[in-house]
Design a protein around this ligand. Structure first.
Ligand code: UD2
Length: 301
């Protein structure tokens, strides 16, 4: 998109900050972030930063004034944290999301919401399509599902252009911290020549999608006519955690051993996107395969 005024909530976070980078050259970009997990160092100078909680109506109103599009990426991303404190994550993931939709209604703005493969829980069929039953297994998944449904409903009830993007396992530069995902954990371990820790037998699988593809999907969602819909954002390829461990070790030239620990309680066994609807209706396909994505991560720093 070009020549638009846009708001990225959670714009200092992992996904949000990459999106801000892509938007800044051609648009007026505002970022609303409370920097609870986001990093100011990731923000380009040309973005206007509003420091605040997305759940604070005053801060949100200020940040959203006159915008054409809101990319809603502010969230409590840790599934574990949502299990430990469901009401706290509900406030950010659902209540604040609803506030964003309401604010968009005031401004007549388009909204792209960050949804998740977590809405499917343990998928009954693989790859999982958007028409599959939703059956989340965590408060995080329930919150993302409710937001995803609200987005659809706002399109239906109020004619608000909304799009929900159901991200699979996202990875890439700037992903770090205790809840940051298996690829960043394995990379850190490999770089330090420490054991790479597989939880369980390593035969569980995931659809790993590079953050640059997530950005491209958001840019499509900002202009598509196919609104009021949810779209899977993955590559359509599944990789086992064992294969991932070996790929990371090879790519880094590390001498790490690969060890197994207790499986994670409630872990999803397999997750993979059916990308048919996204390709046909949103006109988006992922470009970055796992091996080249990991290679570019290794070459970076
Ligand atoms: C991802 C999302 C989560 C939610 C969920 C939906 C991330 C970081 N999290 O959770 O937000 O959307 O999908 O289902 O993308 N593992 C190891 N060793 C480690 C760390 C992880 O073996 O040191 C395993 C882990 O047990 C799991 C797999 O790797 O089987 C992926 O774990 P994850 O935390 O990266 O992501 P996931 O799929 O639990």
């Amino acid at each position: 998109i070009r020549d638009s005024t846009v708001l990225v909530t959670g714009g200092a976070g992992f996904i949000g900050s990459h999106l801000v980078d892509a938007l800044v050259p051609h648009n007026e970009v505002r970022v609303l972030d409370d920097f609870s997990t986001g990093d100011p160092a990731h923000l380009p100078d040309d973005a206007t930063v509003i420091v605040g909680d997305v759940g604070d109506p005053i801060a949100l109103q200020e940040a959203a004034r006159g915008v054409d599009v809101i990319f809603h990426h502010a969230a409590v991303v840790s599934v574990t944290q949502s299990v430990d404190n469901p009401r706290q994550s509900n406030r950010t993931n659902l209540e604040a999301g609803l506030l964003v939709l309401e604010q968009a209604r005031q401004e007549d703005a388009r909204v792209v919401v960050a949804s998740s493969a977590a809405v499917y829980g343990h998928p009954a069929e693989l790859p999982v399509s958007e028409a599959a039953p939703t059956d989340p297994t965590s408060p995080y998944g329930v919150q993302k599902l409710a937001l995803d449904e609200y987005a659809r409903l706002y399109a239906e009830l109020y004619d608000l252009p909304t799009v929900a993007l159901r991200y699979f396992n996202v990875y890439g530069p700037r992903q770090r911290g205790p809840y940051s995902g298996v690829i960043s954990t394995f990379l850190e371990q490999a770089r330090a020549d420490e054991p790479i820790t597989i939880e369980g037998d390593g035969q569980q699988s995931r659809d790993f999608v590079h953050v640059s593809d997530i950005v491209r999907a958001n840019l499509r969602a900002a202009v598509t006519d196919a609104v009021g819909e949810a779209y899977n954002i993955g590559t359509g390829e599944r990789t086992t955690i064992r294969e991932l461990a070996e790929t990371v070790r090879d790519a880094t030239g590390s001498s790490s051993s690969i060890v197994h620990r207790e499986p994670r309680p409630g872990d999803i066994r397999h997750s993979g996107a059916d990308t048919t609807k996204t390709a046909r209706e949103l006109g988006f396909e992922a470009r970055v395969g796992l091996e080249s994505g990991i290679r570019s991560l290794v070459e970076r720093d």
